[in-house]
Design a protein around this ligand. Sequence first.
Ligand code: HEM
Length: 201
Amino acid sequence: MMAHPEIQTRAQDELDVVVGRFRTPTFADAPNLPYVQAMVKESLRWRPVAQFGLPHSTTEDDWYEGMFIPKGTMCMANLWQCNHDTALYGDDAADFNPGRFLDEDGRLIPGPATVETHDDGHCSYGFGRRACVGKHVANEMLLISIATVLWAMRLECPRDENEKEVPLDETPVDFGSLLYANISILSCLDMALNFLLTNVF
Ligand code: HEM
């Protein structure tokens, strides 16, 4: 919100009209807050929480686009790439733009990437049968949190001693690689232990 004040303003305009100043937002307001709902989707698309999802492994030998994947291979989906695919989201895929989830009349639309992601419009909850089971709770929590914070206050960048705005560091935090690195280390330790148990002891 600090990096995109114009988006914050648009959400607050919507909250002013729908909720007003005499009560806080409730879940009953959700259908009338399409822009805030679009912000939830766009936040999840733009900066996926788990950039490589959760690791899975193949239960049988497989072929994918000419590549052989043996049974037991650990597979991780690059959710970041899927969410930033310019073929799906257009040239502004790297930008934070909730408007991509609204039609020309300002109504919420599923957006691209609908088939595998149950109309989420992004891949941040994973795919298919093993997709996140908590996503409805997460979506509702994000909606009410964003709506309540923006209803209550305006978020601005801090200022230095000369009252000059300190620019926000927008570098994404790479939790996905961290997770991957941890899993890789654990896999290596597991292999080393197996080797020692089989060949040494
Ligand atoms: C913004 C919040 C959340 C995000 C981005 C998220 C994302 C994910 C992702 C990427 C997966 C792996 C899907 C796959 O393997 O394809 C997952 C799995 C899962 N999530 Fe979430 N999640 C969130 C919140 C929650 C919450 C609030 C709960 C519980 C109330 C939850 C429960 C689970 C469970 C149980 C699984 C495992 C499902 C399975 O393996 O079948 N998640 N989540």
